[in-house]
Ligand binder design. Structure first.
Ligand code: ARG
Length: 471
């Protein structure tokens, strides 16, 4: 017996049943479904649909069902088509035919959208805390790369410096702390995006009926409040078909995946022998079954790989939505699996990345030694600018210096003063100051730059943003 068998003379074909059922997917919304039902029972009692006596049977009955779910005792029946029918079937077993009054004025169309939104609000809360852990790991590493008072090996008077890259070519020296934080800002935007989305998720569709609204005197605003929604939907046709929030959520998930992938790709490169900037702890690396020497960054490669899958989930849902007319269509049942999969993926990945980053060993010497004086060619041009040379001309003279140094097979800092002066009369003995990477770093002192002071300010700012209260 299905909920809708009244107008049918034949039961649903077995293969069609298997295609139609959504229980394997939507049973994850059991608690939300029961909570929505408890609130609905209250609302229709206030509307005079349920007597106090009926309500006094239905509400505790639902509490009992909720307990069964919470303790893992709930037993699904073969005829449960989805989570909504399973709850109602069980309620009927517990309290008898009065359970049949619960669905008055409600449709699975407004019910499922409500459950899904409640589920997502919870997922956003869980993602917020997973993000916090990852952000803290990045911030810890950034702080560890700054100068520390106290004796070595922990204490260090100088910050850790490294080459910064563009086009994957050595470009300019930067602080390692600046690099760590460069991966923290995208994640901060991701968190803000998710919490901004939460506003649009927190709109209650319940009370929209199948499509046209509820014919009873239900106080939807009070109902929304009791379920923790910030708002009620204003158009029932839209409310049962709106899945913008699911698409947006998948976009957020994809963007997170892409940011993690970008970070992962850098770690994969930087842990290679060629770079040797980082070493992963054994707890977060894997070996090869063939090559005994291998220490593989699998967790970062998997993270990079999963970003592609997340993008697929987003495009899949968008393609599903694209074909639909308005109100509810069964295609919408396909909305939950990608959202659940994306959530599981992120919740499985974020803590691993946090752990792997927290336990990574930084090879400060390797990083420092990878900076060569050619990376200070821009500073050489800026040196000339400070002596009044127009930047275009300064760029040319610095370029010439690089060429001459190359011809003489020396680094810029080893090129003789005579050679510099032959290139341009404005070069003086103080030119050699330019080749201190820390000088170059410290000059970039405007907000957002790599100087020690700028990075410390940046650190304080991201910590402030992280501590902003989330919904
Ligand atoms: N399982 C359905 C879904 O996830 C619930 C809504 C079904 N509505 C309907 N009219 N058959 O979308």
């Amino acid at each position: 017996m299905t909920l809708w068998s009244g107008r049918f003379t034949q039961t649903l074909d077995e293969t069609a049943w298997a295609l139609n059922t959504s229980l394997p997917v939507d049973q994850r919304m059991a608690i939300q479904d029961v909570d929505g039902s408890i609130a609905w029972a209250d609302a229709i009692r206030k509307a005079g649909i349920l007597s106090d006596e009926e309500h006094a049977s239905i509400s505790p009955g639902l509490d009992a069902v909720r307990k069964e779910f919470a303790s893992g005792q709930f037993v699904f029946a073969p005829a449960d088509e989805d989570i909504h029918t399973a709850v109602e079937r069980r309620l009927t077993e517990l309290i008898g035919p009065v359970a049949g009054k619960l669905h008055t004025g409600r449709s699975r169309n407004d019910q499922v959208a409500t459950d899904f939104r409640l589920w997502m609000l919870q997922a956003i809360r869980e993602l917020n805390s997973a993000f916090n852990v990852l952000q803290s790991a990045l911030i810890e590493q950034a702080e560890a790369a700054l100068p520390h008072p106290g004796p070595s090996p922990k204490g260090r008077g100088e910050p850790i410096v490294m080459p910064g890259y563009t086009h994957m070519q050595r470009a300019q020296p930067i602080l390692l702390a600046h690099w760590w934080l460069s991966h923290s800002w995208p994640l901060q935007r991701d968190v803000e995006r998710l919490n901004d989305l939460a506003k649009r998720v927190s709109v209650m569709p319940l009370g929209s009926g199948a499509l046209a609204g509820v014919p009873f005197d239900v106080d939807r605003v009070a109902l929304a409040e009791s379920l923790g929604f910030a708002e009620v939907s204003q158009n029932s046709l839209d409310a049962v078909s709106d899945r913008d929030f699911a698409a947006e959520y998948l976009f957020c998930a994809t963007m997170i995946g892409i940011h993690l992938s970008k970070l992962a790709e850098q770690i994969v490169l930087f842990t290679s022998a060629e770079f040797g900037f980082f070493e992963l702890s054994d707890a977060f690396s894997t070996g090869s079954s063939l090559m005994p020497q291998k220490k593989n960054p699998d967790v970062f490669e998997l993270t990079r790989g999963k970003a592609g899958m997340l993008l697929g989930l987003l495009t899949g849902l968008l393609a599903t939505l694209k074909g639909l007319p308005s109100t509810y269509d069964k295609d919408l049942q396909e909305d939950k699996a990608p959202v659940f999969q994306a959530t599981d993926t992120l919740l499985a990945t974020l803590p691993v990345i946090a752990g792997a980053l927290r336990s990574i060993t930084v090879k400060a010497e390797r990083m420092r030694n990878a900076i060569d004086s050619s990376m200070l060619a821009t500073d050489l041009a800026d040196y000339l600018v400070e002596k009044g040379v127009p930047f275009r001309k300064a760029h040319e003279l610095a370029g010439k210096s690089v060429r001459v140094a190359g011809e003489e097979k020396v680094s810029l800092e080893k090129l003789s003063l005579e050679a510099y002066q032959a290139i341009g009369g404005v070069f003086e003995a103080d030119v050699y100051q330019v080749f201190d990477p820390m000088r170059s770093i410290e000059k970039r002192n405007a907000v957002g730059g790599t100087s020690l002071q700028s990075v410390k300010m940046q650190l304080a700012e991201i910590k402030r943003l992280m501590s902003v209260e989330k919904p």
